[in-house]
Design a binder for this molecule. Structure first.
Ligand code: DGY
Length: 329
């Protein structure tokens, strides 16, 4: 017996999900999309990515995929990209604009978790948590000493935040509990920062005045190596540097040299140039805390990101405005 509804049902859109995702995402999308899902979760190289996108209508991607012009070109039917990340520097927006492909991202849902992670790294770095733990585990601890693993104070110190968006403001809010003076550098004055008592500064002034510098700015050609040897030279020799933004914002090689020569006290990095590779000179430093791009990695935050990407795809499919479009597209 024929079913009139299914006869007239709109064909599903073909969707590629590039990495293994929560089952709730598949459940939310399955009625509307014919899904190819990379359940094996082996990241695809450029050629495999180009092959996979050949017949898709929509793409569900993540920050570690590279969706460059060659991938867009290899996807002649592609009409929508949802990235499960707040950052979108991995997508060639100019190529999307040219083809009229909308792109959504996932702001807000990861703000608090990422600000918590900035603080986790900051505290671990300033108080030498992982360095002293390694020393303890390798059996070096023979007893307490006055000068063992002296770190830097956080309470009452000067915190410099480079990039005062949502996450920067959430980091600044936490700094109030530590009675810190907060400086920030941003393209424009932030109304949120004003309410938090944070002062806008030039990058050089911020670097010179801060005891701890946290980088939270988006990556672009303009922010490539915004922190290099020259900028590190402006910092206090007792300062710490935290990068939870993107690899490439810091010149990792220059940072490793500065750490080895103790030109700054320590660094905490969650993101790296060319990750998952980590510069061997960084790995050789003791005065560094390294984490594998886990800034947003709490269950509620990652699920929030994954579901927001799915809801953007459903909005596109139903012809509604995207919930969280990438600005300017
Ligand atoms: C983002 O959302 O941009 C993060 O880097 C991915 O975890």
């Amino acid at each position: 017996m024929s079913n009139t509804n299914s006869q007239h049902a709109r064909p599903k859109s073909r969707l590629l999900i590039t990495r293994r995702v929560f089952p709730a995402v598949i459940e939310a999308l399955a009625d509307h999309f014919e899904i190819e899902h990379n359940e094996a979760d082996e990241p695809w190289g450029p050629e495999a990515m180009r092959q996979r996108v050949a017949s898709i209508d929509a793409l569900y991607t993540v920050a570690t995929d590279r969706i460059d012009a060659s991938v867009i070109q290899a996807a002649p039917h592609l009409k929508m990209i949802a990235t499960g990340s707040v950052g979108y520097n991995h997508i060639d927006l100019a190529a999307c604009r040219q083809r009229g492909i909308p792109v959504s991202h996932t702001p807000d849902v990861l703000t608090e978790a990422t600000a918590d992670m900035a603080w986790a790294l900051l505290m671990a770095t300033a108080r030498r948590v992982t360095e002293s733990e390694r020393w303890l585990r390798d059996g070096s601890w023979q007893g307490w000493a006055w000068d063992q693993f002296l770190g830097a104070d956080l309470h009452g110190a000067n915190l410099g935040i480079v990039g005062m968006g949502r996450i920067g403001a959430a980091i600044a809010r936490r700094a109030q509990g530590f009675s810190m003076r907060v400086f920030y550098h941003n393209r424009s004055e932030s109304p949120q920062a004003k309410g938090l008592g944070a002062s806008l500064m030039s990058l050089n002034d911020l670097l010179a005045a801060s005891d701890h510098v946290v980088l939270v700015l988006p990556y672009s050609q303009a922010t490539h190596h915004v922190i290099g040897a020259e900028q590190i030279r402006q910092m206090k020799p007792t300062a710490t540097l935290i990068n939870i933004a993107r690899g490439g914002i810091v010149d990792d090689q220059a940072l490793a040299a500065a750490l080895q020569e103790r030109r700054i006290a320590a660094a905490g990095l969650d993101v790296f140039e060319g990750e998952p590779q980590v510069h061997p000179d960084l790995l050789a430093c003791n005065n560094i805390v390294l984490t594998p791009h886990i800034g947003s990695a709490t269950l509620s935050s990652r699920l929030g990101m994954a579901m927001l990407a799915a809801r953007n795809l459903l909005a596109w499919r139903s012809g509604s405005p995207l919930l969280t479009p990438v600005p300017g597209l």
